[in-house]
Design a protein around this ligand. Sequence first.
Ligand code: FAD
Length: 503
Amino acid sequence: KGIPAFNQGEKEYELSVATANLLYRFTRPECVVQPETTEHVQYIVEQARDVGEDITVKCGGHSYTGFSTADHGLLIDLKRMTAVKLQLSKDKTPTAVKVQAGARWGDVYRTLINGSHRGYVINGGRCPSVGVSGFLLGGGLGPFTRSFGMGSDTVIEATIVTADGKKVTVGKDSPPGSREAELFWALRGAGCGTFGVVTEFKMDVKKLKNKNVVAGRYLWTPTAGVSHHRTMQQILMADWPKEMTIDNNWMLDVKGGKGEMGIRFTIYYDGPKDEFDKLLDEKMTPQPLDGSLSPEDRVKLQLENADQENLIKQLKRRSMPEPSTRFLYESLVLMWDEEARNSLPRPGDNAYQKYSSFCFRTDREEDARAMEEIIRIVTAQQTFFKDEFKTDNASFWVTFIHSGGKATTFSRTETAYPWRECTFHTYITIKWTDKWLEQNATGFLLRMKDILKPYSMNGQASFINFSDAAIAKDHDVAYYGENSARARKVKSVWDKDNYFNWP
Ligand SMILES: Cc1cc2nc3c(=O)[nH]c(=O)nc-3n(C[C@H](O)[C@H](O)[C@H](O)COP(=O)(O)OP(=O)(O)OC[C@H]3O[C@@H](n4cnc5c(N)ncnc54)[C@H](O)[C@@H]3O)c2cc1C
């Protein structure tokens, strides 16, 4: 059939199985295949199934828990299926995009640059090296989710090779209630390697309000001894308009006995720069210094206000307007550089990594109190981490990824992605370099999981795209909530022998 296939030791095999996360360094499937067409994928699935070989699918390889690494069977690496075709209307306006399932977001964003389509976006990932497939099949939380919904909310159609080797196209036009409509429902949130091998997506192109986006990033190191709690509470709980997205990553890197905590902000705003500045001033107000304060409390608040003022000043200075096309193709790469480096294999510079994730709400009265607790817990745990790993080379990051806005306007059951009311998808990264540290690092992550889990939606929610090494049981319920039973039913229709994985 002429399908590129590689055995252990061959360069393409080694490139396909290479991983940045040393936990998966010895995951070596029997063979790697790199199909070039949907027909190739059909042939591979038929043959593998006939001889009882397991299949693992890889697109961008960014899974936090090694879902696309295999230590047996066949690895289907989709790296040769990266074609992207933008569909244009008569007046050359982009309307939709067809993407082969091995593409990464950088491949997709390039088409907008090439056509100079300023003001138009495809609702993809923050990090251009993330694979289109893993991102969309898990729901997909993009830089413009607050304006347009989850990435998967803008998928129109998907083509998939199912366990019997058949090619099926499902989408918004599938008759309601049909097997196809149910499969399309499931692929939007519960589709990572579960129902078959997706080979192509068709997505809407979305129009921003403006041709320029204001974007910036700043690593804030609060002054030693001055609390950052009130400032962070304001940022996390503010009722930002849907055009504003503010992510923040609490980064603590410990090395050689030293380690300073910093909070890195990445901001994207669909609007003019003066409005952006005004919004920061409006939402980030200083603490009132009323006469009833003791002299000590007064000084404390004055220092906190000064720190916050400096933060706002820097966020304004370090954010700038730029064409939306350049933002997607260039700025996102720079903004997510550290995270991308954790995911791209670089011989000699890789580390061990474990992740856990949570879904935090901010829309109810009780959420303000919960957020105060979350901030307090994260801050306290940073001190413990610094102490426990003081002689090591280790990192503890807590990343709050901003969701909400338009994503909340869909019902929990509209697609398989259930965490509609979540405002911050938050994940913990523990990274270390000394192999003998695994038990300590894992122990720390599990402790964090236990402490923060009660604050997550349903008391256990995790976002499948930030897949979680600390879920003890009922993974499907943790990832899909009340949609789990329906996704299971879809699985029983399309893959009744459970050939593909179920989380
Ligand atoms: C640096 C970085 C930034 C990120 N930013 C975001 C973000 O902003 N928003 C967000 O939502 N997520 C984000 N993620 C998470 C990311 O979306 C998920 O890890 C996603 O699963 C990665 O997709 P992938 O194709 O690169 O991964 P892979 O590891 O290749 O695949 C992930 C899963 O999907 C399955 N799969 C892949 N391709 C197919 C296919 N064609 N058919 C069926 N199953 C398939 C795999 O088997 C595996 O189970 C980020 C991750 C990293 C490392």
